[in-house]
Write a protein that binds this ligand. Structure first.
Ligand SMILES: NC(=O)c1ccc[n+]([C@@H]2O[C@H](COP(=O)([O-])OP(=O)(O)OC[C@H]3O[C@@H](n4cnc5c(N)ncnc54)[C@H](O)[C@@H]3O)[C@@H](O)[C@H]2O)c1
Length: 251
């Protein structure tokens, strides 16, 4: 098994891409911490995995809040004694609209969840990774960070920030054997998709799909398979990489 005995934290692990990552990692022997602001959904997923013999716990976490992220790290260490991989997946967006109509509260909310969360993850986990002499972050950015679509200006810019922060973290943390990599999914079939499209109609889906050479939306399984590689020892020499999982959208 490719993640045998590894302890993995997945933020936003209760649904969408995060749930796909949690379920895929579970099949490869990982012990899993599901960190999500939706406490009940995270708990339900952890319980269903436990009935299948997987070591999984849920921790209610708002990734934009420092005390929550430190509590997440402490709970992980108390429960499993170590932490090998942190997948910073939790994210949000403003609804598709003019850059001029996103108000300040919404701007701040999207930056706090998508970007400040990376800062707090570093604050909460780098010390533990350093003490262990190894660790890996996988940050879920987006094709929006390199090939932005109109209507999502401030969301796009959060993902650009995630990509640059991740590359900078990779070089600064490399001497500690801490790897930092990025996955850029293209539009995916998750509950967040309607926010990106503005309205979830067959016509709008067709418009998004038309811009993806392989001719479909991404699925949680696609993102999970890429994350699995980056989390595993097969990627021991990969850091600072930004992997598009996008059916060719960014070509
Ligand atoms: N779906 C897409 O089209 C798409 C494309 C590219 C990138 N992404 C990125 O992938 C990641 C996952 O997106 P998704 O589509 O699965 O979204 P989703 O809305 O389906 O799931 C996001 C999860 O994150 C949790 N979450 C939200 N805010 C949180 C917070 N403050 N603290 C903790 N948990 C929080 C939610 O409760 C939910 O379980 C995000 O970073 C998103 O920006 C999504």
């Amino acid at each position: 098994m490719r993640l045998e005995n590894k302890v993995v934290v997945v933020t936003g692990g209760a649904q969408g891409f995060g749930e796909g990552i949690v379920r895929r990692f579970a099949t490869e022997g990982a012990r899993i911490v599901i960190a999500d602001i939706q406490a009940q959904a995270a708990q339900d997923l952890a319980q269903s995995l436990q009935t299948q013999g997987v070591s999984a716990i849920a921790v209610k976490t708002d990734v934009s809040k420092g005390p929550d992220m430190h509590h997440l790290a402490a709970t992980t260490l108390n429960s499993f004694g170590r932490v090998d991989v942190v997948v910073n997946n939790a994210g949000t967006s403003h609804r598709n609209q003019s850059l001029m109509t996103v108000d300040e509260d919404e701007f701040d909310r999207v930056f706090a969840v998508n970007v400040k969360s990376i800062y707090w993850a570093a604050q909460a986990f780098v010390g533990h990774f350093r003490a262990q002499g190894a660790g890996a972050f996988i940050n879920i950015a987006s094709t929006a960070g390199v090939r932005p679509r109109p209507g999502l200006v401030w969301y796009n810019s959060t993902k650009g920030a995630v990509i640059t922060a991740s590359k900078a973290m990779a070089v600064e943390l490399a001497p500690d054997s801490i790897r930092v990599n990025v996955i850029n999914p293209v539009a995916g079939d998750t509950p967040l998709l309607g926010t990106f499209m503005g309205e979830d109609t067959p016509a709008m889906r067709a418009k998004f799909i038309a811009s993806i050479p392989l001719g479909r939306l991404s699925q949680p399984q696609d993102i999970a398979n890429a994350a699995l590689y980056l989390a595993s020892d097969e990627a021991a020499f990969i850091t600072g990489a930004c992997l598009e999982v996008d059916g060719g959208r960014c070509v």
